[in-house]
Design a protein around this ligand. Structure first.
Ligand SMILES: CC(C)(COP(=O)(O)OP(=O)(O)OC[C@H]1O[C@@H](n2cnc3c(N)ncnc32)[C@H](O)[C@@H]1OP(=O)(O)O)[C@@H](O)C(=O)NCCC(=O)NCCS
Length: 173
């Protein structure tokens, strides 16, 4: 298994995995499969075109196939560029429970905190996504907010938790 930065050449693989994610785990993400299929070029694909130390997508490759991914995005504004957002963590069901989600997150966190000005990594997660929340907590993320009914799928509402990880003191030089 290789974890590496995804670039433009990975666009088709990336898009397929992203659509797989919306199909297999629709309750974990904001976009619906239909919405994302209708968009010719997803906004997050910009991260593939111009990966930067504070903004990138990582992919887990198993024999050439993309089986997992996670994104990190940092806004360019001066008062926001201390804050990186984790996006679209996903591992294919066939590859879950083997530590891949943790490896992807650890790699994204390590790369992000190599950028000296990043003070905090944040993310949002649906409040009943116990697996993902357990993973984030085990990595040191703490809950910083709770938004009731942030998503509503026509039948039921989904609360969102805000979580964030503060840059370790040892790195706060
Ligand atoms: C969340 C997800 C990425 C985890 O990937 P994974 O490769 O199975 O995770 P790992 O094997 O690295 O597990 C890491 C930790 O996550 C937690 N975890 C993962 N799946 C879990 C589950 N079903 N129930 C409880 N805890 C779980 C555990 O704390 C685990 O640590 P442990 O191995 O010490 O028990 C994967 O389940 C997934 O893609 N889910 C659908 C998409 C999603 O929910 N993404 C997050 C959006 S915010």
């Amino acid at each position: 298994m290789i974890i590496r930065i995804l670039d433009e050449k990975d666009r088709a693989r990336f898009r397929k995995l992203r659509l797989d994610a919306l199909d297999s785990d629709p309750d974990s993400f904001m976009m619906t499969l239909e919405e994302e299929r209708a968009v010719p070029r997803m906004l997050i694909e910009q991260l593939l075109e111009h990966p930067r130390p504070n903004s990138f997508f990582l992919g887990a490759m198993d024999g050439g196939g993309l089986v997992g991914m996670v994104g990190a995005n940092t806004a360019p504004q001066r008062k926001r560029r201390h804050l990186t957002e984790i996006l679209s963590l996903y591992v294919k069901p066939s590859h879950r429970g083997q530590g891949l989600g943790r490896q992807l997150m650890l790699d994204a966190i390590t790369r992000t905190f190599r950028v000296p000005e990043i003070r905090r990594i944040r993310l949002q997660v649906v409040s009943d996504n116990r697996g993902a929340i357990a993973l984030y907590q085990s990595l040191g993320f703490q809950e910083t907010g709770h938004e009731p009914e942030a998503y509503f799928d026509g039948m039921r509402g989904f609360d969102l938790l805000d979580m964030s990880l503060v840059r370790p003191q040892t790195l706060l030089a």
